[in-house]
Design a protein around this ligand. Structure first.
Ligand code: ZN
Ligand code: ZN
Length: 138
C-alpha cells in the first residue's frame, strides 16, 4: 500500500530530473529547485527518495572525489550505466557516447594503460559544440 504523501516528492524529483535530463545535479541543487514548487519538502525527504530512485535504476549516481559532491542524472535508458558521458563545462549539458565508441575507447585504454575505466562513473569534461561555436563568434 502506497502512501500518496510519500510518493509526491518522489514524483517531483523525477519530474525535475526528466525536465533537465541532459544535466546532472547535486542534492542541494535539486532541493533548491524543488523547494520553489513545494515549500514543505526537506533535505532528508530528497535523500530518501533519491536512494529509492537509484535502486529502481532510474537515477545514475556519480560519486565524485568527495562524497559530499555526489551528483545525480536521470537515466533515459539502461545504456547510461555502460557508456561514457561528456559534460560541457560551460552549459553543463551531458551527451552520451555510443556503445561501440565506448567499447573501442575502453579497449584502447586497457591496451595502452592496463587500466579498466568505469564508464558509469566517468564524466569527460570539455566544451560542447554549441558553446564552442558561440565562443568562435565572439
Ligand atoms: Zn547515457
Ligand atoms: Zn555547452
Amino acid at each position: 500500500m502506497q502512501n500518496k504523501y510519500n510518493t509526491k516528492p518522489k514524483e517531483q524529483i523525477l519530474e525535475f530530473l526528466k525536465n533537465h535530463k541532459n544535466k546532472r545535479f547535486t542534492v542541494n541543487e535539486m532541493y533548491e529547485s524543488i523547494r520553489l514548487e513545494n515549500s514543505n519538502i526537506n533535505l532528508s525527504t530528497i535523500y530518501r527518495n533519491i536512494n529509492s530512485l537509484i535502486e529502481e535504476g532510474v537515477l545514475l549516481k556519480h560519486q565524485g572525489n568527495d562524497s559530499k559532491c555526489a551528483t545525480y542524472q536521470y537515466i533515459e535508458n539502461e545504456d547510461c550505466l555502460a557508456h561514457f558521458h561528456f559534460e560541457c563545462i560551460k552549459c553543463g549539458r551531458v551527451s552520451h557516447l555510443g556503445a561501440k565508441e565506448t567499447n573501442d575507447f575502453l579497449k584502447m585504454i586497457k591496451r595502452t594503460m592496463f587500466f579498466e575505466v568505469e564508464p558509469q562513473n566517468t564524466y569527460i569534461r570539455g566544451i560542447c559544440n554549441n558553446c564552442k561555436n558561440v565562443f568562435i563568434n565572439f
